[in-house]
Design a protein around this ligand. Structure first.
Ligand code: ADP
Ligand code: ZN
Length: 436
């Protein structure tokens, strides 16, 4: 194999002081540029702020937050900071939690985005001799075009397979010698199931080596499972439409937290209630400021994703801070009998049981006027015929779940392929409770 440089961009290896100097320079330029957006002009006027008030990185905290509601209120183009004729594309979020929002891009924005994604892929060893297959939907979902341009920038041969049609995906793996795949975690598990059905052994019959998984919360055990199934290294990838899409934060070969590219974003972690910064290393809401965006810069954008900054230096030699696995979004939180629960807590327990497959569904209902939770989870083998073993298993799962979430769910072990499958992000929670 050819020898290549370690870092895709020089900024990747900057020291803390170099990163911060660059951030300040870019923040000041961004704030100035925001004055071309009627939305931010008005925001600054109301707050009695002017761009010259931003003299240090800490001065960022003087600026009001930007929220998803602001994006909706200004839908579709009210936050643009350049005339529309300079924009070449828009993306819209998949609207998991409400109305879609629109993000505009100039040609330069798209180039920077492709660069950020390429940097991520390069970091985990993707090189021009790789064959990259993307199983994301193309179109409004940013995981399609976002990875497409990034992978091309690395110089890989790309297979824009797009979502679904798993048999065709498998044919491409074998025919084209795919080495790198991008898939959401729920789909990676699906790929393996279909391989098993068709008698395909990923280690023997494919050249798969690297998997990029992201777009939905998943536990460390889910990652390990997927790695074992497919015989790959799986790297967690974080992004969102508002911040372009993929390429915001990505795991390095250490697989211990995702480096967030601080030459593109300023990171804050705040308490979602008080909006004050949380103490170092504690979980809070991720707030991001874009540093190089032309069409739609965003200042202090409240992502609603909950995470923390991992303490310490990463042995890989990059000084860009690392984010821990996403705990979920503040609006994914289930409140049941007054207890706050994140679906990922349930997944973390379930995935420790070797007997269970990867798909599960949490149903919340009102039973006799009380909140109730049922967890349906698919079994790995078609079914265990020993009824008493099954009962013991379900009791043990219930016990561990109760210890974790402090309420006792009803656990139902169901045969494989009986829970509904979705082509995009997996639906893990169905809430049928009456809302008053
Ligand atoms: P939508 O907001 O409609 O779901 P996006 O595609 O923009 O559309 O989704 C971005 C969101 O997906 C993030 O805000 C985050 O909640 C979730 N997400 C993305 N990557 C990850 C990841 N690696 N781990 C956990 N959650 C993720
Ligand atoms: Zn690292």
């Amino acid at each position: 194999m050819m020898s290549y440089q370690k870092f895709f961009n020089p900024e990747e290896s900057y020291s803390r002081s170099e990163i911060e100097a660059l951030q300040l320079e870019r923040l000041q330029a961004t704030v100035k540029h925001c004055m071309d957006s009627p939305f931010y002009q008005e925001r600054f006027r109301k707050a009695g702020l002017s761009p010259s008030d931003i003299r240090t990185l800490d001065d960022l905290r003087k600026i009001p937050f930007t929220t998803k509601q602001d994006l909706r209120d200004t839908y579709p183009f009210g936050m643009a900071a350049v005339p529309l004729d300079q924009c070449v594309r828009l993306h819209s979020s998949s609207g998991t939690t409400g109305n879609p929002t629109v993000i505009l891009h100039t040609q330069k924005d798209l180039e920077e985005w492709a660069n950020a994604v390429a940097r991520c892929l390069w970091m985990v060893g993707c090189r021009p001799e790789d064959v990259f297959q993307n199983t994301s939907g193309y179109g409004m979902f940013t995981g399609g075009l976002g990875f497409q341009y990034g992978a091309e920038k690395v110089g890989m041969l790309t297979v824009p397979a797009a979502a679904g049609n798993t048999l065709r995906q498998l044919k491409f793996f074998t025919d084209f010698g795919t080495t790198v795949v991008h898939a959401i975690p729920s789909y990676a598990a699906r790929i393996y199931e279909v391989m098993c059905e068709k008698g395909i052994d990923p280690r023997r019959d494919t050249r798969l080596r690297t998997l990029v998984i992201g777009a939905e919360p998943h536990s460390e055990d889910t990652r390990k499972r997927i790695e074992n199934m497919l015989g790959v290294k799986a790297y967690n990838s974080f992004g969102m439409s508002e911040m372009c899409g993929p390429g915001v934060a990505f795991e390095c070969p250490e697989q211990n937290g995702m480096h967030i590219w601080e030459d593109y974003y300023i990171v804050e972690i705040v308490d979602p209630d008080t909006l004050e910064p949380v103490p170092d290393g504690e979980v809070g809401e991720l707030v991001l400021t874009t540093l190089k965006r032309e069409a739609m810069p965003l200042l202090r954008y409240r992502t609603r994703d909950l995470t923390r900054i991992l303490p310490g230096e990463c042995p890989c030699g990059r000084h860009h801070i690392r984010l821990d696995r996403m705990k979920g979004r503040s609006d994914d939180m289930i409140i049941l009998k007054g207890v706050n629960i994140f679906p990922i807590q349930i997944e973390t327990i379930l995935m420790q049981f070797q007997e269970l497959a990867s798909d599960y569904l949490i149903t919340l209902e009102t039973v006799d006027g009380n909140d109730a939770m049922t967890v349906d989870v698919e079994m790995k083998d078609l079914f265990i015929d020993d009824y008493s073993k099954l009962q013991a298993l379900s009791r043990e799962i219930t016990r561990q779940l109760r210890d974790e979430i402090l309420i006792t769910p009803r656990v139902r072990l169901v045969p494989k392929n009986t829970l509904p499958k979705s082509e995009g992000k997996a639906v893990r929670v169905v809430d049928t409770r009456k809302k008053y």
